[in-house]
Ligand binder design. Structure first.
Ligand code: Z15
Length: 829
């Protein structure tokens, strides 16, 4: 066999001299090797970035070894595998995460030290991989970490965007977008697989043919694009298992000759072929408004088609027919974005594998599980039928056939309730006919998951009520979680060390339930002092960052109050800013003597507005002008600062979260499906100021409402409050702060008019005014609590101690057991 010299495995090991070693000297040798031969710099002169590159390549080598072993082991055992399909993964940085999961941080630090470099400084050289928008995308990344750590035989599949989420530049307080050139300096964390590539087809026509006396449909595509695999190894923590995130890039296919009669023809032909790459060029930057764009549909189908070809090839390598496909393959749909894979699998089984409708359908409905991340009707994807027909004509037919069968089945069950039938149909009739991708996903999946308990209730009673009544057994929920490896161990090393010291073990990094044992020590004054020290160190780091980014000096004695997330009206950054204005106004109106009682605050806001979302962009501008006024007012001084942190992303979050005292999760009840930011703050001992939305009530169960600041309308109160509209009296303070903005206290009067209009004159869809009074009360309660340092520390410790349920390890185990039916498959070390 090729590669085996003399067919002896032992000899292979001799030649390789065993595996790469992780002692400092071996690491040092490898780093220098990569400086010379990979980075091609002299080992006598290289800078921090080049050292980062060389270190990364050394780590990458170790990942590749483990990756090979893991894949080999999976192949041998042939377990049921999970394929996690997602159009977005927000991986952030890889070096620190990989080094931590491999358990070689101290050795790397020592190796670098002797070469005159500092590990932490090198880790900072890395830019983020931001192939996603927000919560949904970071959730995928956290789940990949848990899948690897828990030894599950899983693969991630997605798209390798040339440009990730835009860079946010703030000029004069306005957001501007710049392309994210993340690949310009090379990417050591991916392995290009030029030989793993598949043809993906678009457009064309469908014809009927008779093959062996049987009628069948043949798709004659009009365009072919090549999908090339890029593998991103995902190392587990405390295990050799290293799984794969395979991302597809579009390349022109080399299948056709070019016939040209002039030089111009020839040049144009090449240039046109190059346009194929557009498909994987850029990530769509608004995560919940879909405009029925052709490119978006092509992105979805492109990654899904390549992934399924890859999955089916792997399956066929080990199995003679499709009988046990459902026992070997679980396909997870991360939101509706990859749902075209349902029609694609059906098409492959029907048209290519010739299994016949019944058998194909039987397989399809056993393999897909679908997770939805939203409660908002308008966030549910729809694809215009015309568009579908032009890009994927055969898939449209298949969807029609699925829908026909479904409608028949439904009619037989519920009778001629046409209103309901039309609500549940996969095809939306009307002026513009649409495919309802969510309906397709529900009909064809064996399980529909929500992302928190409250979300699941809303799915059952509102969003997908008709479907729940038809198939109650399909509906489950898995409350989201985040990985403690990144969100404590990597981003908050001092807290990590402190936790391990008090628990007397590091096992909580794999077994998060152990965190609960911190409760025992919550009132221990030694722990409290050390806990405060850790917070102080992290606040210092954050304060330095704030000063560099915005020039504002902040006091470490102030409470750091943080809201970082995408900017959306429903997340109510406006409520936060109006609250800050109220605080400012109150301080201004105080006697000097009264001011001494004010608890100093640093209010920190960060997040990106979707480029086309005007109101969200105005919120950013408002934050800047209010900050300008407050931060330069000598009456206020250190009592209040407001800062906007530009270009919020995963690595900024890693810096900000550990340095926060209080964090805000203040969406209008019934709008945030889960929220995962809150979980990261909890793990880091930050108190939450939150509405009863998304996963908040599950957090309350773990932490206790007495250790949180909960306010605002409850989910069930929201519809009534909305109906009452203008008759709900917003408090006087609310009218006053909105008036300040309207009257131009902070300037830009005309510009902010439309923003103010969203919360006044009976509109206020997101109930900013209705919740304002209770918001201020919750803020006041936070002030009172902050004054008592011991009490605050105890609450903070209890937050960390109670955060265990919100580890993605728990989420993934639940999925494995109750949705995917997969077992761990541990690679021997
Ligand atoms: C997104 O980040 C989320 C939902 C979506 O429908 C889209 Cl398109 C993007 C978020 C939810 O808003 C958030 O509540 C949830 O925690 C997160 O997905 C992960 O489930």
């Amino acid at each position: 066999k090729a590669g085996y010299i003399g067919g002896k495995e032992e000899h292979m090991f001799e030649l390789m001299d065993g595996f790469l070693k992780n002692d400092p000297v071996s690491l040092q040798k490898d780093i220098l090797h990569h400086v010379e031969y990979t980075v091609a710099r002299s080992r006598f002169s290289f800078d921090d970035f080049e050292a980062y590159q060389a270190l990364s390549h050394s780590v990458r080598d170790r990942l590749i070894e483990r990756w090979h072993d893991t894949q080999q082991h999976f192949k041998k055992k042939d377990p049921k595998r999970l394929y996690f399909l997602s159009l977005e993964f927000l991986m952030g940085r890889s070096l620190s995460n990989s080094v931590n999961n491999l358990g070689i941080q101290d050795q790397c630090a020592e190796a670098l030290n002797q070469l005159g470099f500092e590990y932490e400084v090198l880790a900072e050289q890395e830019g983020d991989a931001a192939l996603g928008n927000g919560g949904l995308a970071r959730l995928s990344a956290c789940q990949m970490d848990s899948l690897a750590t828990l030894d599950y035989p899983a693969w991630g599949y997605g798209l390798r965007y040339q440009y990730g989420l835009f860079r946010q530049i703030i000029l004069d307080g306005y957001q501007h977008e710049q392309p994210d050139y993340w690949l310009n300096f090379g990417n050591p964390w991916e392995i290009e697989r030029v030989h793993v590539s598949y043809a993906v087809k678009f457009y064309g026509t469908v014809e009927e043919e008779v093959v062996n006396g049987e009628k069948c449909k043949v798709w004659i595509p009009g365009e072919t694009v090549e999908a090339v695999a890029y593998d991103n190894p995902i190392p587990g923590y405390g295990t050799r298992n290293t799984i794969n995130l395979r991302l597809w890039a579009a390349k022109p296919s080399d299948g056709y000759d070019i016939e040209s009669y002039t030089t111009g023809d020839y040049i144009n032909a090449i240039v046109n072929r190059q346009k194929a790459e557009i498909i994987s060029n850029v990530l769509y930057p608004d995560d919940r408004s879909y405009q029925g764009k052709e490119l978006r549909l092509k992105q979805q189908y492109f990654f899904v088609s390549a992934s399924l070809q890859d999955i089916i090839r792997r399956f066929k390598d080990a199995h003679g027919n499709f009988d046990n496909f459902p026992e070997k393959v679980a396909l997870q749909l991360n939101d509706t974005h990859p749902s075209i894979s349902i029609a694609e699998l059906m098409r492959v089984l029907l048209d290519e594998e010739k299994l016949g409708w019944k058998k194909a359908w039987d397989i399809v409905r056993q393999v897909f599980s679908f997770t939805t991340h939203t409660v908002q009707q308008e966030a549910l994807e729809k694809v215009p039928v015309d568009l579908f027909e032009s890009v994927l004509p055969r898939h449209l037919q298949i969807i029609y056939d699925i829908n026909f069968a479904f409608m028949e089945e439904l009619k037989a069950k519920i009778g001629p309730d046409y209103a309901r039938l039309s609500r549940m149909s996969i095809v939306e009739e009307g002026a513009v006919k649409n495919i309802r991708v969510a309906n397709l996903s529900i009909v064809c999946s064996h399980t529909v998951n929500g992302v928190s308990r409250a979300h699941s209730e809303l799915l059952k009673t509102r969003v997908f009520r008709d479907f729940y009544e038809l198939w109650p057994e399909k509906f489950q929920y898995k409350t989201n979680g985040v990985t403690q490896r990144r969100w404590i161990v990597v981003s908050n090393p001092s807290l990590c060390a402190l936790i391990s010291k008090w628990l007397g073990t590091e096992s909580w990094i794999r077994n998060i339930d152990l965190l609960a044992r911190l409760r025992e020590f919550a009132s221990n004054s030694d722990l409290q002092k050390e806990w405060q020290m850790v917070k102080k160190v992290n606040k210092l780091r954050l304060a330095e960052y704030i000063e560099t980014m915005s020039g504002v000096k902040v006091s470490l004695d102030a409470m750091f109050d943080v809201q970082i997330k995408r900017i959306h009206e429903y997340k109510r950054q406006l409520l936060n800013i109006l609250g800050v204005i109220h605080r400012y106004d109150s301080i201004k109106n105080m006697e000097k003597s009264e001011r001494r009682k004010v608890v100093p605050r640093v209010c920190i806001i960060g997040g990106k507005a979707p480029p086309g979302y005007e109101i969200a962009k105005k919120v950013i501008k408002l934050c800047h002008v209010v900050a300008e006024t407050i931060n330069n007012d000598n009456d206020v001084g250190d009592l209040l600062k407001l800062v906007f942190i530009p270009d919020y992303n995963v690595s900024v979050a890693e810096l900000v979260i550990p340095g926060s005292d209080l964090s805000q999760h203040i969406s209008t009840a019934g709008h945030e499906a889960s929220g995962t930011g809150s979980m990261k703050f909890l793990m880091n001992g930050c108190l939450l100021l939150a509405t009863d939305d998304g996963s908040t009530n599950e957090i309350i169960e773990e932490i206790g409402a007495e250790n949180m600041f909960i306010f605002g309308a409850k989910i069930n109160e929201v519809p009534t409050l909305r109906e009452k509209g203008s008759t709900v009296k917003a408090p006087l303070q609310f009218a006053r702060v909105v008036r300040m903005v309207r009257d131009g206290y902070f300037g830009f009067k005309d510009y902010f008019k439309s923003l103010c209009d969203t919360v006044e004159n009976g509109k206020d869809f997101y109930l900013v005014g209705a919740d304002f009074a209770s918001y201020l009360e919750a803020q006041a309660a936070a002030d009172r609590a902050y004054v008592d340092k011991e009490k605050w520390s105890e609450m903070s410790i209890l937050c960390t101690a109670g955060s265990g349920r919100f580890s993605s390890d728990r989420t993934i185990e639940d999925y494995a057991e109750n949705t995917w039916g997969i077992q761990p498959c541990k690679c021997p070390s």
